[in-house]
Design a protein around this ligand. Structure first.
Ligand code: GLA
Length: 377
């Protein structure tokens, strides 16, 4: 652990000390530009956590003052079998964020995806009783609180339990616990996590009216019952023309009106688009890349597309800044285009463009347009 963290700190230091001859190698810090508005976050992937000299650390340490784990804390990664716990990558994540004073996010306590079947089954493979599943969930919250509760303040308690039409997702959690799954999960989080933990409900498609209304109703219901919910995570897996800026504003306003803060938790812009695979539902069947779905396989984007992409990012940040008092944090889902999950979703093997840093870890025109939005205010 000591060796890993020392190497990661050295990799991070490259950003702070080295290569200052061109602006491209030493751009201004993004989180400093947004100081006083909201935190700017990024993620650490498992591959970064396995390779302390990953060049992405130079970006992470300089530009982000909040940090989310891409995968290592999910139930299936952390606890793949009943009695098997994998702590190492998550411990490294927490150690790194702590060293750089970054506000860390516990992602995610309860999600229907990346959660192994054993969680919902007894030793004979039969569905667990409601009480047994609740006990298992409580145990997970307790373990995470004990290990990282003093260092992680923001927690995604439940991910994606509401469908676009506002109904409860028919997940294994819902099959066993019924429509109270999300409420019971928040009760557990409230009881097991430290009292100063910030508890979030996190979902994609939060600009869809059905889901937006259901989330607002859920927050009001929780508050009337004395169940703590401190914020809403709008994932922000957005595309070039979805959602409309007005829909983003409507959701920010609707969520803030309930008295909670908004966190943009997983921001990326899918330049190539999802076509008929609307949304960011990870359950869909994936396609294989072909010339029609993968038009820039060598990673070179025509300047007109680069400009369109930068414009869209700037428009989104203009909206976020306009509503900055409603927003605590804006986290990018990933570090550079080289490893964005959108290279593999919903089409496998694409060369996609989603973030502010390119495949060589250099800031893209979109980076500078986003920076300008902060400077204008
Ligand atoms: C959801 C999850 C994230 C991540 C993305 C896809 O949004 O919350 O952890 O898995 O899907 O990568």
């Amino acid at each position: 652990m000591k060796l890993w963290i020392t190497t990661a700190i050295l990799a991070s230091a490259i950003a702070l000390t080295g290569c200052q001859e061109t602006d491209e190698n030493d751009p201004p810090s993004l989180h400093e530009a947004f100081e006083g508005k909201f935190l700017i976050g990024g993620t650490l992937s498992d591959s970064m956590l396995e390779n302390a000299s990953d060049p992405g650390f130079a970006i992470v340490s300089k530009h982000f003052n909040s940090l989310s784990p891409e995968n290592c804390m999910k139930w299936g990664n952390m606890n793949p079998l009943l009695d098997q716990y994998e702590w190492e990558l998550s411990d490294r994540f927490v150690e790194y964020g702590h060293n750089f004073g970054q506000e860390m996010v516990g992602h995610v306590l309860f999600w229907h995806s990346q959660t192994p079947d054993w969680v919902f089954e007894d030793e004979n493979g039969a569905p667990l009783s409601k009480e047994a599943l609740l006990e298992r969930m409580r145990e997970r919250a307790r373990l995470m609180a004990k290990r990282w509760g003093d260092r992680i303040k923001i927690w995604d308690v439940v991910n994606e339990s509401i469908e676009g039409d506002g109904s409860w997702r028919k997940s294994k959690y819902q099959q066993i616990l019924g429509d109270e799954f999300t409420e019971l999960a928040f009760r557990i989080a409230m009881e097991e996590l430290p009292t100063d933990a910030i508890l979030l409900y996190n979902d994609y498609g939060m600009t869809d009216p059905g889901r937006r209304d259901a989330v607002v109703a859920m927050i009001q219901d929780f508050k009337s019952k004395g169940i703590r919910i401190d914020g809403v995570g709008m994932q922000g897996h957005w595309e070039m023309s979805y959602p409309a800026l007005s829909e983003i504003e409507d959701s920010l306003t609707a969520f803030a009106a309930t008295g909670v803060k908004v966190h943009i938790t997983e921001l990326d812009l899918d330049l190539l688009g999802r076509g008929k695979f609307f949304g960011a539902n990870v359950d869909i069947e994936r396609l294989k890349a072909d010339p029609a779905t993968n038009p820039y396989p060598d990673g070179n984007l025509p300047p007109s597309e680069e400009k369109r992409f930068a414009e869209r990012y700037a428009e989104i940040f203009d909206v976020l800044l306009k509503h900055h008092e409603k927003i605590d944090r804006v986290t990018f889902w990933g570090v550079s285009d080289l490893t964005t999950w959108l290279n593999g979703f919903p089409v496998e093997g694409r060369t996609n463009f989603a973030l502010l840093f390119d495949r060589q870890f250099k800031p893209k025109p979109a980076f500078y347009r986003v920076l300008e939005t902060a400077r204008k205010r």
